[in-house]
Write a new protein. Structure first.
Length: 256
């Protein structure tokens, strides 16, 4: 009887240790990198809104590269290995007039090789306005990476978000109420969808038609989550927005 009890205790101990190891692995935070800075937005505060807000919903250890100067940002992002060691990259920046296509191609190549990405608001206007597609290509590399082409935006008005038909149960949208209206807004024009799966459309009440405002893309080996919603701190601070971004990170990193 004592021998049987000892064997049983040994088995239970082993199971407990295994369970603890699995729990530790599950609790291990993701390593996220935010690239932010540039024109027209309060990136100084938004880097904190995003990192702190997401961390309340998902364990993430953050690094932030914040640089308002386009040339200095380019110099940093031209360094070899800048994205190494991170589980995903968040692009919340606004450098619309970069003209160095080789530099932009090098950024996209990091994601094409498998680095998951999250693109917020003016990331959709960055890195493609001032260059022409390479010979034989219809689109520039950055919009191909994002999965959509966007240029210009409407007036500053609240945006009502409607889930795309058939996408209502997508895991990224699971915490987003149908018909959510942003406190403030700046609806981006999306002229072309380039292979992305549109999850939701935005309407500001004056646009001729609703615009894609939340989508996913598969770029090479990487998953990409993108939303043109943002701009104002009041919107980015809402529960709905931070839930959306956190769920987007879960999706691109395949984290439950």
């Amino acid at each position: 009887m004592k021998r049987l009890t000892l064997q049983l205790l040994t088995i239970l101990t082993a199971l407990a240790v295994s369970s603890a190891i699995l729990s530790a692995k599950e609790a291990k935070p993701l390593k996220g990198l935010i690239i932010t800075g540039g024109c027209c937005h309060d990136y100084k505060n938004q880097k904190n809104i995003i990192s702190e807000g997401v961390s309340k919903r998902l364990p993430v250890k953050w690094d932030v590269y914040f640089e308002m100067n386009q040339q200095k940002s380019k110099e940093h992002l031209s360094k070899k290995g800048w994205a190494d060691g991170f589980d995903f990259v968040v692009w919340n920046h606004c450098f619309a007039h970069e003209k160095d296509s080789s530099f932009i191609d090098s950024l996209a190549a990091i994601h094409k090789a498998g680095k998951p990405a999250v693109a917020l608001h003016c990331a959709m206007h960055s890195y493609h306005w001032s260059i022409k597609p390479a010979e034989g290509k219809k689109e520039n590399t950055w919009p191909e990476f994002l999965g959509a082409y966007s240029r210009g935006h409407g007036p500053k008005r609240k945006i009502t978000v409607t889930k795309a038909k058939g996408q209502e149960k997508h895991p990224i949208l699971k915490d987003l109420p149908e018909g959510w209206t942003t406190p403030e807004g700046e609806l981006y024009n999306v002229q072309r969808v380039l292979g992305a799966t549109v999850l939701a459309y935005g309407n500001n009440g004056v646009a001729k038609q609703p615009q894609a405002c939340i989508w996913t893309n598969e770029y090479g080996k990487a998953r990409v989550f993108a939303t043109t919603i943002g701009h104002h701190n009041s919107t980015m601070s809402t529960k709905e927005y931070l839930d959306l971004v956190a769920n987007g990170i879960r999706w691109v990193t395949k984290t439950k």
